[in-house]
Ligand binder design. Sequence first.
Ligand SMILES: NC(=O)c1ccc[n+]([C@@H]2O[C@H](COP(=O)([O-])OP(=O)(O)OC[C@H]3O[C@@H](n4cnc5c(N)ncnc54)[C@H](OP(=O)(O)O)[C@@H]3O)[C@@H](O)[C@H]2O)c1
Length: 185
Amino acid sequence: MVRGHVFIAQSLDGFIARSDHELDWLEKQPVEGEEHGYGEFVEGMDGIVMGSNTFKQVKNFEIWPYEKPVVVLSQSLPPEAIPDRLADKVRLTRARPFRLMQALKEEGWNNVYVDGGSVIQSFMRADLIREMTVTTVPILLGHGRRLFGALDRDVDLKLEEVHAFPSGLVTTRYTVLPGETSDAD
Ligand SMILES: NC(=O)c1ccc[n+]([C@@H]2O[C@H](COP(=O)([O-])OP(=O)(O)OC[C@H]3O[C@@H](n4cnc5c(N)ncnc54)[C@H](OP(=O)(O)O)[C@@H]3O)[C@@H](O)[C@H]2O)c1
């Protein structure tokens, strides 16, 4: 099966965006000159699977930030939601996580960057995430879009690496130990 990987930043209290999707708290961090490993991480991926909420945010960026192909999971976005300038870079799917990963495997993908809180949660429930790099930002937000959510079993993690940066950001990398694979999610 294709391996799912997470590379994401959260507040200390576990939020990846404010409720209105604002990332100002992340953007204001004094990280100039720090290398948090994103470039090397993304180099090892065959492509990116993201939730529609994350896509709605990144499609407004001045510069499209991905060189690898992007698959957007959405039950509601119409094809016109993909701007013409992104037509050869982004595709939409309504597939469930397990079926999507099977289809990507058939296309030759081995490692997928899984992005967006709700999508990470559903891939985690389906046991499709094998590695997670979480950068914790020294701030409490109190409200917002959560990185993690409800699970129907424990998920065991093995800590592989920790790095504390001068800015106060702390990067932790975990292997996610396999559980029961479910194709129901
Ligand atoms: N801090 C960071 O590093 C970081 C990283 C990534 C994203 N973000 C931010 O975090 C926020 C993400 O928001 P989010 O957690 O609400 O969204 P998300 O995971 O990006 O998108 C969730 C949406 O995807 C669609 N979807 C389709 N299939 C799904 C499935 N199997 N599981 C889950 N969702 C599925 C659903 O909408 P429809 O089916 O109705 O389209 C769902 O509401 C955004 O503001 C983004 O900018 C932050």
